[in-house]
Design a protein around this ligand. Structure first.
Ligand SMILES: [Zn+2]
Length: 442
């Protein structure tokens, strides 16, 4: 017995758009994709486009309530100190509450899979509870591999019951300035999927190559500068590869792009986060031309303001077109492919998600265009990318199950729990005997 979902348009991504299209679902998988007339009656969505669920290639859902934390701070040490102080004020239950809100916001934005870097591991619990597909990369930091791997093992053990075929564990050595080469090596030896942050900012590159620049004064917070960029360092030591996803890659030159391509390393492109933190614009067109696997990530509200994947895709387009000074460098259909199949391939999930193809898991989203400027539809991909928003997502399916339906989520409970965690984090910094930490600096 199969379920059939149909809409005015179906965008399989692998294959041309289908007007009056439909998708048949059986046992959590896509059984058929075709014309509504051929696949039979089911649930029809009028004035809507059915797409593969988005793949968010880089997120931190347990930072869902960090909106505005440290915004505009130009000083890295001040920014990181603020985050460390605030994190210390909450415990495991609060992490889970925040991650559950983040997972719900992803589903509400049409996202079916995330590649999440998780400090506590709470993301695994939240994704398992809410039915989101995920690679949960547990973060490790520091110079000495032994304590970092011990902490990794303890966190993995804590979330063991939440791990499954759908929610898989990975490891995230945070970045080449916060993690030693030895720890990168030890992490790689576990044989798990790896996520890391590289070449995000000019300050990072300056510090790693010379030990100087604005971060030079905070060397005690960081690992010893290796005298080369993060991309070159990891490439030289064989630490890039097909199971590595590198977030950001804003500051990469032609040689580094070639290293990412030849090692088959995936890149998670996060244009809103990079813009908001004043890091710059990643060379998306050059990365694509070099055949680097690229996915799109929202990062988290600690930098970008939300998990709104439509906003992220618009920024992918705007950034690429602005950088190239031409509009034909990236189409809406290209952006949509990066945000679905591109992300799935980047996370090693390309065989199961990212496009509507028989045999893949039935992960899909239905986007309403009712009352929008894009009706009647001329280009369904442009309508979704430019006209879409979380408010227009009618449903998000993962494994053939509706994990989100508009109006069906208990937002009150989710936000109340997460906001009480945010209150705990803000508490001390707003007390009367201390100046607000977030005050803009002169
Ligand atoms: Zn990140």
């Amino acid at each position: 017995m199969s379920d059939v979902l149909s809409a005015d348009w179906v965008l399989p991504i692998e294959g041309p758009p289908i007007r009056d299209g439909a998708v048949a679902i059986e046992d959590g998988r896509i059984a058929a994709v075709g014309m509504r007339n051929d696949l039979g009656a089911g649930t029809h969505y009028e004035d809507a486009v059915l797409i593969p669920a988005f793949v968010n290639a880089h997120s931190h859902i347990e930072y869902a309530v960090y909106a505005g934390f440290g915004d505009g701070l130009g000083d890295f040490a001040e920014w990181i100190t603020l985050h460390i102080e605030r994190k210390a004020r909450i415990g495991w239950d609060e992490y889970v509450d925040i991650a559950r809100l983040g997972a719900a916001e992803c589903l509400a934005s049409g996202i079916g899979t995330i590649g999440d870097c998780s400090y506590s591991g709470a993301a695994a619990v939240a994704c398992s509870d809410l039915g989101l597909r995920a690679n949960v990369y547990l973060e490790v930091f520091g110079a000495d591999p032994a304590p970092a791997l011990e902490s990794f093992a303890a966190r993995r053990e804590r979330v063991q019951d939440s791990l499954s075929e759908r929610v898989r564990p990975g490891i995230s050595p945070h970045a080449p300035y916060s993690v030693s080469l030895e720890l990168y090596r030890a992490a790689a030896e576990l044989g798990l999927p790896v996520a890391t942050h590289i070449s995000e900012s000019r300050a990072e590159v300056n510090y790693l190559t010379t030990g100087e620049g604005p971060w030079g004064n905070y060397a005690d917070l960081l690992v010893k500068p290796p005298g080369t960029t993060g991309t070159r360092l990891l490439a030289e030591h064989g630490l890039l590869g097909p199971n590595v996803v590198a977030a950001h890659c804003v500051m990469v030159d032609a040689e580094e792009i070639a290293l990412l391509a030849s090692s088959r390393t995936a890149v998670a492109h996060c244009p809103r986060s990079n813009s908001a933190l004043g890091c710059g614009v990643a060379p998306l067109t050059e990365l694509r031309n070099a055949d680097v696997r690229v996915g799109v990530g929202t990062d988290s509200p600690a930098s970008a303001p939300s998990f709104d994947f439509f906003e992220e895709l618009r920024n992918v387009l705007f950034a690429a077109r602005a950088r190239a000074r031409r509009p034909d460098v990236l189409s809406a259909a290209d952006a949509l492919e990066l945000g679905t199949l591109g992300g799935a391939r980047a996370l090693g999930r390309g065989e199961e998600a990212g496009s509507l193809v028989p045999g893949k898991r039935a992960d899909l989203a239905i986007v309403s265009l009712e009352g929008s400027a894009y009706l009647p539809v001329e280009d369904p991909a442009a309508a979704v990318v430019f006209g879409g928003s979380p408010e227009r997502v009618l449903a998000t399916y993962v494994d053939g199950e509706p994990r989100y339906e508009r109006g069906g989520m208990d937002w009150h409970e989710l936000t109340a729990a997460a906001h009480s965690a945010r209150r705990a984090m803000l508490a001390v910094s707003t007390s009367a005997d201390e100046a607000p930490v977030t005050a803009p600096r002169a």
